[in-house]
Design a protein. Sequence first.
Length: 414
Amino acid sequence: MTLLELATKAKESKYTVAKLSSDEKNAAILSVADALEKRAASIITANSIDMENGIKKGLSQGLLDRLKLDEVRIKGMADGLREVVKLEDPIGQIVEEFKRPNGLDIKKRLVPIGVVGVIYEARPNVTADVFGLCFKTGNAVILKGGSDAIESNKAIVKVIRDTLELGGYPVDAITLIEDTSRETATAMMRLNGYIDVLIPRGSAGLIKSVVENASVPVIETGSGNCHIYVDYDADIDMAISIIVNAKTQRIGVCNAAESLVIHEDIAPKLLPELNTALREKGVQIFADDKARKLMEGSEVATEQDFGTEYLDYIISVKTVSSVEEAIEHINKYNTGHSEAIITKDDTSAEKFLNGIDAACVYVNASTRFTDGFEFGFGAEIGISTQKLHARGPMGLMALTSYKYTIYGDGQIRG
């Protein structure tokens, strides 16, 4: 089937999905969640092919971690769908209502976007998350995964489509483009009239390509050069715990910490202990001159290090003399994703919260919480680093538009 034929079927399907009741949508999603767990073996078998190919291609440890599926992660996918079911359906909600002097009653009502296109790389769990969020909001979705995860994506989509068909739901509510070529990706980016919005998820290169080449409207999800700033009075144990978690709990994700900014007053007490803790996790450290003297075995940090999303066991370290200098440094190098301050000073915390330009800004917590599941959204379709329509983890509300419904009793305009 050609790309245009797939897009036509998705466009036709969006009207059917939009008519489903909340109960119908929830029942379908729950059935898919159960089916994913029941058919986990087939998904894991497909994923093992992708993993084997990924190792042969020399994919980094971070990318292989993103790619890997096992029973625990598949259960996580299923549980994410179940969480989506528990959430209130936004479709049809009236978010604003007012009456004009001429008697017209105007209501602003939430509606589906239509057909959502998602281009993503080696994250097969995205397939289930995107389906759940789009289906719950009455949207159809066209998926274009990367070649690294093609077998996994095919297996997951087969389970979903089989389940929808068995339940009498529109199977073209989810479509996977199996051609993984760049030419097909570019053609998808230009399906105006078929795809209503396009969301890229993956590397900075992928996102840049979509933003630059798409004629379809794009919600930009950014890479994550996430910083943690440790203030002059921070609790040392808390700082080490948060940094180790943010850097090493999962290295291949966009909300992992890539850069540290350390107040010079706390550096002598913090950095030797932090150096030991990070070394025990196998983290390589690139630091400025002040930090390098306190972190044995660290290497010289360059300008490039401060702006790099490593997705690996590597981190950069910069020392500063004030919270203001920390804010300036972070805003220069960050990607608008997630930034954190560790401090006991409420004034420093407020300066940081107000001064940092990012979708998510934390006080005394790990950046790893920037996640739809952790925010109570059930799942996420991406983390937006732009400022229009949606910002931060995108759940159900980010997949809605609105229309005005106007009630009259014979009004005409003079």
